[in-house]
Design a protein. Sequence first.
Length: 792
Amino acid sequence: MALIKDILRTMDYGPSPEGSEHVRVWLKEHEGGFGHFINGAFTKPGDLFDVFNPATGERIARATQGSPADIDAAVASARKAQAKWAALSGFERSKNLYALARHVQKRERFLSVLETIDNGKPIRESRDIDIPLVARHFYHHAGWASLIDSEFPGTKPVGVCGQIIPWNFPLLMLAWKIAPALAGGNTVVLKPAEYTPLTALAFAAMCVEARLPAGVVNIVTGDGATGAALVAHGGVDKIAFTGSTEVGRAIRKATAGTGKKLSVELGGKSPFVVFEDADLDSAVEGAVDAIWFNQGQVCCAGSRLLVAEGVAEALYAKLRARMANLRVGDPLDKSTDVGAIVAPAQLERIQRLIGEGEKEGLEFWRADDLLPDRGCFYPPTLVTGVEPASVLAREEIFGPVLVATTFRTPDEAVALANNTRYGLAASVWTENISRALEAAARIKAGVVWINSTNMFDAASGFGGYRESGFGREGGREGLTEYRIADEPKRKPNSAKPAPLSASPGLVPAGEIEHGYLDRTAKLYIGGKQARPDSGYSYAVVDPAGREVGLAGLGNRKDVRNAVEAAAKASSWGAATAHNRAQVLYYVAENLSARADEFARRLSAMTGASARAAEAEVEASVRRAFFYAGFADKFDGAVHATRSRFVTLAMNEPWGVMGVVCPNEAPLLAFVSLVMPAIAMGNCVVAIPSANHPLSATDFYSVLDTSDVPAGVVNIVTGEANALAKTLAEHDGVDALWYLGDAAGAAQVEALSAGNLKATWASGSALDWPKAEGREFLRRATQVKNIWTPYGE
Ligand code: NAI
Ligand code: MG
């Protein structure tokens, strides 16, 4: 007989499968196929597709392929329920969410087993991580439901939310979507992934048991076509999507110009950085959780191991030893570490990418000797000597494959970490707190885990930088996605931007030099006045059509130069908020000193009365003061998450922002948009009012005399929508505000799909005298959550 000490050494113990009888009985009851869940009841099964257990390949159920008519019915049901749901008191909604949390908890075992059978993930993970977090999300948001009125004043529900989720954490992603939506007073139509619809359907049945009002939650199953129909539906007010970057891009384009609110959580290629002074044994356990958790099918998987050269071989040796002890196999076995890949298509994708890597002659180490002989399995794999340009270092593999690259200095580590289109998460391993926090601050990712990995909690926001998407899920920052300003419907921006290239005053540059020299405003790029690349200027006219001056006719090249200058000025974001505040005060002071001149200019351009023009200048000075005051007060938060973690939610600047100003209130709108952006540490490329640009061009000298560093504010005049197009397409622009006409707003949203930059695009007029506050600062920042552990 084996001795216990031997068993502990070899970890060679027998099978211990979790019982699944209760789930099998439930599946048997639904043998005829599942319908959708619409208006509080299940529909008759329709056109059915098969649902498989990827660990065995057996068909376990059939679900209905949702048609456009099904989506229609579900949206109508959500619409009908929404007003009543929103009119309930927060306390009533809270009780409903609490009931859902309790029902999830009561059925933890059933849901864990069902999730494991449908998805292939180890029961240990669905039981200990997925389902408890689902309950946690509903509890947390039950709290928000009763706090929403006091904590989110001046806001209201968005309305009907279309929610599309992936297959890697089926019920958890459902909870991340449904709980905040319901807490915020919205109703939902949710489409689970076609590989894993079953826990969503079980949840639907629980909504009935928990007596959730009919129509508040609707669930329509089906594939991408069903998802696309939901995205396209005119009755949906918001889309929330989690899935591939490719589909995220398609959804960004499909919703452009529709007025639908959008949040997308997409792919990643997250760095797992091990410094020389890291505790290597902890780092190895971290790597197990980072890349072999859920077979690596995790959007924030630590899939790129970046390790200090000096400890690389030691770490690899430990990793290989640990990999040899990972148990791959039956997901229902309680001692399985690595389960099945969700579907054959995903397994093929992993194999194809690995095949490309093999052609590069990289070094592979696989723990493949114990793979089950059937089902969809891939062995834990370590690839070393990977160059940053390798396909394995760039592409999201979404499998249990860790690719390793070495670095020599902390600077190189950060550079490698940021050498990706994505920015979802990062994990940093070092025993040196200041090194850890420095890396956390410099890595561009929405979540950074210090000496830990894959930590989640409902109280913390989760979501990406760059092509990993925009918007957050969880915590206060996640809830803002499900609320909008409660205000009367705004008028469209009135003045249509004139087609400047056709304007009568188009003057070749040569003539400008001679006749109009002192009346011709140039562009302002990198702290210097610059002649437009086109060589042309355009006439700025007053309401009577009289020419009051000339402005440069900027083009794509000018915008590109301005973006480059803004990127070079990025140290502005690292300046202390106190420094930035001082500069903004100085701007206000210098503008105030020249108030008369600015007022005269406004009157001349717009025909405003002297009094109105003076009031606009006065309001602009106040606004600059306001954001100077706020520069060091838009605090982040410490979220109450797991024990022994300080979770710091930091408001970080986007980096380079494009700001396209409307024709209204040419000075005040410009100041109202540029000041909050730079107060938060962004560098800006501003396109001032096309029809009345001279207040902005006069502003150069205010910037020059106020210690605003070169490149922090760049100004390109010209046709707003043409310049906005270049900004939207530019991958060096991280966020774009566009306040102009509806067509321009649609263009900005569609073209921003390239690098998935965050946009605020609107064709509606703002009430400029009142347009100030936290909302502008929130839009000028993104939240990074840094998880910092303490204790031994
Ligand atoms: P996917 O993005 O196609 O699927 C995610 C969800 O979107 C599913 O519910 C799907 O039915 C739906 N969908 C697909 N096309 C749609 C469309 N045009 N409009 C609306 N909804 C649509 O992801 P897929 O094909 O399952 O996986 C491919 C790769 O995507 C993975 O290998 C992985 O790299 C990445 N991925 C990333 C996830 C993440 O959490 N970030 C989750 C799932 C996949
Ligand atoms: Mg399945």
